[in-house]
Write a protein that binds this ligand. Sequence first.
Ligand code: ADP
Length: 549
Amino acid sequence: MSALMGQMMQMPLLISSLVQHAARHSGDTEIVSKRVEGDIHRTTWAGVERRSRQLAQAFDRLGCAAGDRIGTLAWNGYRHLEIYYGASGSGRVCHTINPRLFPEQIVWIANDAADTVLMFDLNFLPLIEKIAPELKTVKHFVLMTDRAHMPAASTLPNLLCYEELVEAENGDYRWPQFDENTASSICYTSGTTGHPKGAVYSHRSSLLHAYASALPDAMNCSTRDVILPVVPMFHVNAWGLPYSAALVGCKLVFPGPHLDGKSLFELFENEKVTFSAGVPTVWLGLLTYMKANQLKFSSFKRTVIGGAACPPAMMKTLQDDFGVEVIHAWGMTELSPLGTLSKLMSKHDTLDKDAQQRLLEKQGRVIYGIDMAITDDDGHALPWDGQATGNLVVKGGWVISSYFGRAESPLISVDGDPGWFPTGDVASIDPDGFMQITDRSKDVIKSGGEWISSIDLENIAMAHPAVHEAAAIACKHPKWDERPMLVVVLKPGASATREDILGFFDGRIAKWQIPDDVVFTADIPHTATGKIQKLKLREQFKDHQLPAA
Ligand code: ADP
């Protein structure tokens, strides 16, 4: 017996279709960029699509084959957007590299991905000149600027000018059609343990992610939005926003490298930004600047915060003092990145504000296309009672099944059901499917066999009025094995003692979970994606003597 087949058009889900759609149906909608050079540049979706075609022709002229990796070291801007579409759309693979990594890591990643072209912003020229001799596969170096800004001399062989490459082509190019499972882009994990690993996205997975993340219970993107991704385009494709924005055809605003509070605030106001996304640390600078200058937003309505736990105090400030809805989200490079977001269901309308807030502070519910479970260490599923915590595992159409160039499968079975990706996060899930991360498994503090959530401790500390930023780490302890200690950066001009901070924990958490010590410091180290660098902190305080109980 043969099944009856559907009789619908076969349209492969290709990234080029996104920019074509935006150009045809929202052609004059603006793409605004604050450039490395400091000025404001304006183009439109039609302009981006035309130049992406010209760029695709330029890749042909350079002799780039299908599947070639095109590396980028660039801030958020229109040229980077053109590379997203020109590279992936023409069957090459867009490989965004995080320029904040150590030079040795950048070299390692570019060599592992075997990038054949490297395209970079003006301010990365000295870095690229330094590492170029070690880049084994790069044939073409392209400076993302115009002729006027090209250096008079460079040690790079045959340094090409981006604008000249694009302008040399006529745009008479038809986007090729190919298998939607073809690779579209690669992002590397930060490699906090061992070498970074490449997550290879496909056109299909990127489009599914773009559709799903635009949904109302996710990022709720509309053609009426003005989206400013603060999250860098080198951090998991700016969480897919360059794709979702094309899908709905809305205005995009790019801040370039200008991420200080003042520059961001001016761009938000001048371009009437409605929606943004970023890791918690980027909002610290903006909010400090706005408070100091008694400023308010006039158009900014909502933001997704994720990549690290959003402290409830920050959520409250944004909501109550600045009128910005905070959507707490969880995801990771291996998930393209969106997995869950916290939005209330209609049955929560009758809850009081505090109860609603507690739900919104969780990492939230999955979007259709992703499924999740929590397991014990033997791979057995744990109940969704909001109490049990276990290893968070996921599966779905935009979750990796393997890493680039690695034969071994990272996937595991749950109660005999194969194909789950272990996230390395520890979480609980409540009966409504609200997931809450309590820790990364490597950051959890194990005191006398009991687990203490570093996120819980940080959230409490961050609610203290004098605290700017706080990190909780495990400290070796002769009796309990590990005990929590807190590293605190105070707000400018504020003062607090160790006792003030520890006293603040009273009544807010079980007594045995209260940190044993507080250390004040001028600065907490952050990873290249703006998250607290726990590994480095643990290293820094490995000989710290906790006061005797
Ligand atoms: P890396 O931080 O290694 O560069 P990712 O950006 O992929 O790589 O980080 C994913 C990890 O970030 C998750 O596994 C989780 O530990 C953490 N994370 C992401 N979002 C949240 C969140 N909302 N709350 C707590 N942790 C989060």
